[in-house]
Design a protein around this ligand. Structure first.
Ligand code: THU
Length: 131
C-alpha cells in the first residue's frame, strides 16, 4: 500500500512533466512517470505528429525511457491528464504496460485535480496477449 503523500508527490511530478507534452493537434497533454525495479524514475509525455498515426502516448514514452536505462519491471506507473475522471490509458498502452508489469505493479491514474484510482494490470487488461 502506497503512502498518500507519496502518491500526491508522484502525481505532481507528472503534472510538471506534462507541460512538455507536444499535443498541438489534440491539445490533450499527458504526463507519465515510472518507478522501476532499480528504483529509478523515468518520465514520458505524449508527442503528436502532423501525420496523426505517428503520435505516441505518454505511457509508452515513459516505458521506453525506462527500458533505455535498464528497467525490467515497472514498480509504479503514474499517468495524469486533464480528464474529468482519472485518465484511462488506451488499449495499445495497456498491452505495452502489461509487457513490463506483474501482480505487484501499481498503476496510478489521475486527473489534474488529483482525483486518482489505483489499478493492477489484470484489471486494466484482463486476458492479455503473451508469448
Ligand atoms: N494520450 C496519452 O498520452 N495517454 C493516455 O492515457 C490517453 C491519450 C494521448 C494520445 C494523444 O496524443 C492525446 O492524448 C489525445 O488522445
Amino acid at each position: 500500500m502506497l503512502d498518500e503523500n507519496y502518491i500526491c508527490y508522484l502525481i505532481e511530478e507528472c503534472i510538471k512533466i506534462r507541460d512538455n507534452a507536444y499535443a498541438d493537434y489534440s491539445a490533450f497533454k499527458v504526463g507519465a512517470l515510472i518507478i522501476d525495479d532499480n528504483n529509478e524514475m523515468s518520465f514520458g509525455v505524449n508527442v503528436e505528429n502532423a501525420s496523426y498515426g505517428l503520435s505516441i502516448c505518454a505511457e509508452r514514452n515513459a516505458i521506453f525511457s525506462a527500458v533505455t536505462i535498464g528497467m525490467k519491471k515497472i514498480k509504479i506507473l503514474c499517468v495524469v491528464g486533464d480528464s474529468l475522471s482519472p485518465i484511462s490509458p488506451c488499449g495499445a498502452c495497456r498491452q505495452v504496460i502489461s509487457e513490463f508489469s506483474d501482480k505487484d505493479t501499481v498503476i496510478i491514474l489521475s486527473n489534474l485535480e488529483k482525483k486518482y484510482k489505483i489499478f493492477k494490470i489484470d484489471e486494466l487488461l484482463p486476458y492479455s496477449f503473451k508469448l
